[in-house]
Every structure is written in C-alpha cells, then in structure tokens.
Design a protein around this ligand. Structure first.
Ligand code: FAD
Length: 319
C-alpha cells in the first residue's frame, strides 16, 4: 500500500515508501523513474501525502492544483413499458441491451451552432429485451399491466409482457469546476495509518441541463412508441442526475496542461516539477468526455510509456 513518493535533495523522485500489508511494516523501494497509476483520486492522495521540504504541499504541487477538478460522468435514466413488444414470438435475445446497443451524441451540429442550452453532449446506453427476468418483470409487472393472475394465467401474462420493458441511461460529459475537488482529511487515517481524502463535489448548470435533456428525450422516445414511462425524474430531483461518484467514472485531480502554472503535468503526463514522475491513470484528464474512460486511460498510458523510453534514450530523464 503505497504511502508516498520520496524526494531526493535535487527535488527528483527517488522511490516510494509503502506499507507491507502482511507485516504492516514500512518499506522503502528505490527507483529512478516513478509512475503512479493508483486510479485518479488515490494518485492525488499519494501525491498530497508526499510532503517534503521541497514540496510542503505535496509532490509536484507548486501549482496547488493536485486534487482539483475531480469529475464523474453525468448520468440520468428513464424506464418505460412498450405494449408494441407484447406477444412477440420467443427468440434468444442474449446480448441485447447495454452491451450491444449504444447511441452516440447526435446533436453536435446544433451544439456547434449554439442552439443547445448546455455545453458538450451525451451518449445513450439502452437496456431491455428478453434478458434474465429480474424484479421488473417478476415483481408486480404482470399485476400492474394485466391485473396479475394466478397459476397458468399469471404465467401467460408474464410471457405476454416478457421483453416489454425498456431502459435508457444517459452518459454525458462533465466540465471541470472549482467546486469539485479532493483534499487530505487531516483528522482521518485508513487502517494503514495513511491520511485519507475528503471530497467536495458540485454539478454545474451545464450538467443539470444535460440531465434534463436526457429525461425529456428518453420520455419522448417512449411515448412516441406508444409506451408508458414507468420511472423518470423532474426538476425537483435535479432531473435524476446521479450524485458525483455514482457512475464510477471518476477522472481528473492531477491535470495536464500547457504550463506549470495552469497544470501539474505536461502533455505526456510528466510532472512539470519532477521530471522523473509520471501519471498513467485518469488523473491527467482535463474534461470527462461522454465516452467511458478506460480506453482513453490506456491510450494515454501507452503514449506516456513511449515518451519515457524516448526521454531516457535522449538522456533527458536519467536512469
Ligand atoms: C463497477 C464498475 C464498472 C465500470 N464500467 C466501466 C466501463 O464499462 N467502461 C469504462 O471505460 N470504465 C468503467 N469503469 C471505470 C473504470 O473501471 C476505471 O475508470 C478504470 O479502471 C480506472 O483505471 P485505473 O488504472 O486508473 O485504476 P484502477 O483500475 O482502479 O487500478 C488502480 C490499481 O492501483 C491499486 N492501488 C490503489 N491504491 C494503491 C496504493 N495506495 N498502493 C498500491 N496500489 C494501489 C489498486 O489496487 C488497483 O489495482 C467501471 C468502474 C466500476 C467500479
């Protein structure tokens, strides 16, 4: 369990101090290059906990931006019942749903023309079909739509309705804002004695209006198909926008950028202040585009790896 990145007299990283979970003892491992990839917030935590005389506010944090601009994906969902799907002949629909149905953002021209009430966009993940029956179909569904039944009648009703439910999940872009960040909680440590993070999170109007657009679009699709909306959210519930962290696409907290003043890392995810420190998780993200993050994390990590090799060959980073 990594605790901190150690720093030498020249301000460069010299290794990592960690807790051996089996013995609970503190161990130090020396390294010529340190790469953090502990997931974005944990990487920020390690950096903020890496305090030294050169970096009293955490390693590579001369900008004060480590921990700032944490983001998640904008998520809001609507469910519906579609009578047009009743009585379809049984077929194997394995794979129908979010795994294979995906609708990319389609209003980019309107967006560019400034006709949308919010910035950026979202994609839609669609669920439904004859998947393994869950609560929706077994728990009150036949009763609600066909009056229930008992025995043979109930089985017939369930067969009739099986596959009539549909679910739309919006997944949209979040723009970083000053109110969403993490910092070290000076009063709480984890089981290894390492200070934990505390979080501050706020959606901006852009994201809330995006959730509203999701709600209105999904409800319109369902009613246009002659269906009934069974689960939705209005203004009183902020249009169903999921709390920050719930969509589990956390990114940001150690941003990349053009200058050491406006960012912690350069375009290759190398710390401006500590040339032999690199970050290869979602911490460098400067926005949280609507696409799910993992492939971008992988692509950036690959690019950073190539860059490290290049810099070592050019003797810009000594090993
Ligand atoms: C249930 C779920 C579903 C998801 N679905 C999708 C999806 O469909 N598509 C998508 O793109 N993304 C999805 N995500 C998000 C995606 O999993 C993450 O964005 C991605 O895994 C982050 O990669 P990472 O390498 O930064 O961190 P991680 O995959 O979390 O890896 C970090 C590693 O560092 C280790 N570590 C952490 N702290 C320390 C420490 N102090 N010392 C030593 N080791 C440490 C951890 O044990 C872990 O092995 C999902 C997330 C969850 C939770």
């Amino acid at each position: 369990m990594a605790r901190e990145v150690m720093v030498g007299p020249d301000g460069q990283a010299i290794g990592v101090s960690y807790v051996d979970k089996k013995t609970r003892s503190e161990v130090q491992v020396r390294a010529k290059i340190v790469v953090l990839a502990a997931s974005c917030c944990e990487t920020a935590r390690i950096m903020l906990n890496s305090k030294s005389s050169q970096f009293p506010n955490g390693i590579a944090n001369s900008s004060g931006l480590v921990g700032k601009y944490v983001m998640d994906t904008v998520g809001s969902a609507v469910s519906g019942f579609l009578p047009i799907m009743q009585d379809l002949p049984p077929a194997n629909e394995d794979g129908v749903g979010g795994m294979h149905l995906y609708m990319p953002w389609w209003l980019y021209k309107e967006q560019k023309a400034g006709k949308m009430p919010f910035a950026r966009g979202y994609h839609i993940e669609i669920g439904g079909g004859r998947t393994q029956p869950g609560n929706g179909i077994m728990n009150g569904y036949a009763e609600r739509w066909l009056g229930g039944g008992y025995g043979v009648e109930m089985k017939a009703n369930l067969r009739k309705l099986y596959g009539c439910q549909v679910h739309f999940s919006g997944r949209g872009e979040m723009i970083p804002n000053d109110n969403s960040y993490c910092e070290i909680d000076n009063d709480v440590v984890d089981q290894w004695g390492i200070p934990v993070l505390k979080f501050h999170f706020k959606w901006s109007e852009d994201e809330i209006l995006q959730a509203r657009h999701m709600q209105e679009t999904f409800q319109q699709i369902i009613t246009t198909m002659g269906g009934t909306v069974t689960s939705s959210f209005g203004a009183d519930k902020n249009w169903g926008i999921a709390p920050g962290g719930e969509i589990i696409h956390e990114v940001g907290a150690v941003k990349m950028g053009d200058t050491p003043k406006n960012s912690v890392l350069n375009q290759y995810c190398q710390a401006w202040d500590v040339k032999n420190l690199f970050i290869t998780d979602a911490a460098p993200f400067v926005s949280n585009a609507d696409k799910n993050p993992t492939l971008t994390i992988t692509a950036l990590g690959w690019r950073t790896s190539d860059y490290i090799v290049d810099q070592v060959k050019k003797l810009n980073v000594k090993v």
